[in-house]
Design a protein around this ligand. Structure first.
Ligand code: ATP
Ligand code: MG
Length: 573
């Protein structure tokens, strides 16, 4: 139950609304018990006076009572639903935003532990499941307790023995059945939550990997595995439905037994009267209605296991600590950037080999540096350390002599533009895909950036309004790279980090892009990752990495001059 504590604490924000919901639920329950009890007694009393030939019976008052209870029950139910659902949705809204705000700073280190489909499931379905806690558990339980007290107290004015018997049966039922059904429902609830997550993960995997699955003819096998999970999920749902049915049957049986007990005891006389009369009907109908109020409670506890499993899955996200944190203080982005990397070492979690070893590099402001190295040697990792996607375990990164960790996130993002190795295209218009790098850029500036990167063709059809990504135009690998360069140009920061910007481009476009880097980024500090030495003549410094370390450095000419070593590169690069 401890797992639910933080979620119960969330209810404090809307406590009055939630309390009003419980009060309205209790009023509705009591009105419905009053309605059945009063009408049962009224009909029997009317019959008794009719049979005995008495015509002085006041039927106005009970009839008005029945009508009043019916109206209160209907109105009460309407407002109870309105208020309790409104309150629950407010709590869920807060919880969802809270969970999402915890997710954001985790990126990417903390998020790497979760799969996309699983994360989505936790934020959507698991948060939704928590609405059971108030609607199905707390509110019905509070209602059932009040009903027991009010019914026992009310009936004790007529016959204390009968009242205590009915109250006792109800209290025992409330104490015994919910824990029993909680235990029975827990494993089913947990497996339901787990299977739902598994199925959605498989589904997102299937949707994302459609192309590969069909090309390799693995679609059928993948579907079969999904059907298997789906079947297990249905089975768990069936078991839960069976348990619900069982809890209803048990409640019906106990309720029926209580009604019979009331009938039997009341027929021997109610209160001081030993004559059978209309009050028998009052007790019988009261027992019938009171058990209806208890019915939802056992079912609710059966769902508690599922609620707790969902709460645990959300707690796993909320409890994550971001690997990288930024200081809150403001700070303007510098106009020029001098970058110093001092003895950096880093390795990815769960990896034995370090990705960066004892790496030092000084890049004066305005210098263009190329980083070469064979695949997997840690080039992209180095850029990720500079963008603070990860923090190094050892060593320090400095911008203009200030440790990177001392910059606010805004200042850090404003001081660097990045062309990542894997470019993400949003399913949005061309304009929106560019504006994310420079929200205040005019259409003219966007079109200009596209022209400079040789992407004017994209402006042909619907111009900046053309839809890209899913449901629209998919860009070729080279176009995507150039779009990323256009974004970096628009962002216009003093430090440019380019991860293989010319990868996959033909020789002519490659030299065009290298010229662009040369011209447009003349005053900027540039760090460019590449595999080829070709075209790097204008770079002031070229470093070669191997296995996370810098093994060689020099200018293009120097490296070329050392022919022997150059051939070594050629073999390695
Ligand atoms: P390429 O030229 O192919 O892009 P790279 O030099 O950019 O290679 P990195 O992406 O920096 O190489 O990867 C360096 C090493 O770290 C590789 O062995 C890679 O498998 C590993 N690696 C990269 N990202 C992660 C990660 N998120 N978790 C664990 N290991 C990783
Ligand atoms: Mg890389």
């Amino acid at each position: 139950m401890r797992v639910l504590a933080p979620y119960l604490a969330l209810y404090k924000r809307h406590k009055w609304l939630l309390l009003l919901g419980v009060v309205l639920a209790i009023i509705t329950l009591l009105a419905s018990i009053g309605l059945l009890t009063l009408s049962g007694w009224f009909l029997s009393a009317s019959a008794v006076v009719g049979v005995s030939g008495l015509y002085s019976f006041n039927y106005m008052l009970p009839a008005a009572g029945v009508r009043g209870a019916a109206i209160i029950r209907t109105a009460g139910r309407y407002f109870e639903r309105l208020v309790s659902h409104d309150a629950t949705f407010r709590v869920l809204e807060h919880l969802r935003v809270f969970t999402f705000s915890k997710l954001l700073p985790l990126s990417p280190a903390g998020l790497a532990k979760f799969r996309q489909g699983d994360l989505l499931n936790r934020v959507v379905a698991d948060v939704d499941t928590l609405d059971h806690l108030y609607l199905r558990v707390i509110s019905p339980l509070a209602g059932a307790l009040v009903v027991i007290i009010v019914v026992t107290a009310g009936l004790s004015f007529l016959d204390i023995g009968l009242a205590l018997t009915l109250g006792g049966i109800m209290l025992l039922t409330l104490l015994l059945l919910p824990p029993l059904f909680y235990r029975a429902g827990k494993p089913v609830g947990e497996s339901l939550t787990g299977l739902r997550g598994q199925y959605r993960q498989a589904l997102t995997g299937w949707l994302q990997g459609q192309a590969e699955l069909s090309i390799f003819g693995a679609s059928q096998r993948y579907r079969e595995a999904m059907t298997h999970t789906e079947q297990a999920w249905y089975d768990a749902q069936r078991r839960q439905a069976e348990l619900t049915a069982l809890s209803q049957v048990v409640m019906l049986l106990i309720g029926g037994a209580a009604v019979l007990a009331m009938l039997w005891m009341a027929s021997a006389g109610v209160g001081d009267s030993t004559q059978p009369g209309a009050l028998i009907a009052l007790f019988v109908f009261c027992a019938l209605a009171a058990f209806e109020a208890l019915a939802p409670v056992t079912g609710a506890f059966q769902h508690l296991g599922q609620v707790m499993a969902s709460a645990l899955r959300i707690t796993q996200i909320i409890d994550q600590q971001p690997e990288v944190t930024f200081p809150a203080r403001d700070g303007a982005a510098p106009a020029r950037v001098e970058l110093t990397l001092d003895n950096l070492s880093f390795h990815y979690p769960q990896q034995v080999q370090p990705a960066i070893r004892d790496l030092s590099l000084a890049v004066p402001a305005g210098q263009h540096v190329a980083i070469l190295g064979r695949t997997g040697c840690g080039k992209s990792t180095l850029l990720q350390l500079i963008t603070r996607a990860w923090d190094p375990e050892q060593g320090e990164l400095k911008i203009n002599g200030v440790p990177l960790a001392g910059l606010s996130e805004e200042a850090l993002r404003a001081s660097m533009s990045v062309v990542p190795q894997r470019v993400h295209l949003f399913s949005a218009t061309l304009r929106d895909n560019l504006l994310l790098a420079a929200p205040s850029a005019s259409d003219q500036q966007l079109a200009d950036a596209l022209r400079r990167t040789g992407l004017e063709k994209l402006l042909d059809d619907s111009g900046l309004n053309s839809w890209l990504g899913e449901g629209g135009r998919q860009l070729s690998g080279g176009e995507l790279r150039r779009l990323a360069i256009a974004r970096a140009l628009l962002h216009d920061a003093p430090l440019m980090l380019l991860d293989e910007p010319t990868e996959g481009l033909d020789a002519e476009t490659e030299s065009q892009i290298l010229n662009l880097i040369q011209d447009a980024m003349r005053d900027k500090t540039v760090l460019m990752v590449t595999h080829r030495l070709r075209g790097l003549d204008n770079f002031e410094q070229i470093v070669v990495m191997d296995n996370g370390e810098i093994t060689e450095r020099g200018t293009h000419a120097e490296l070329l001059r050392q022919r022997g070593r150059y051939y070594q590169f050629k073999q390695r690069l």
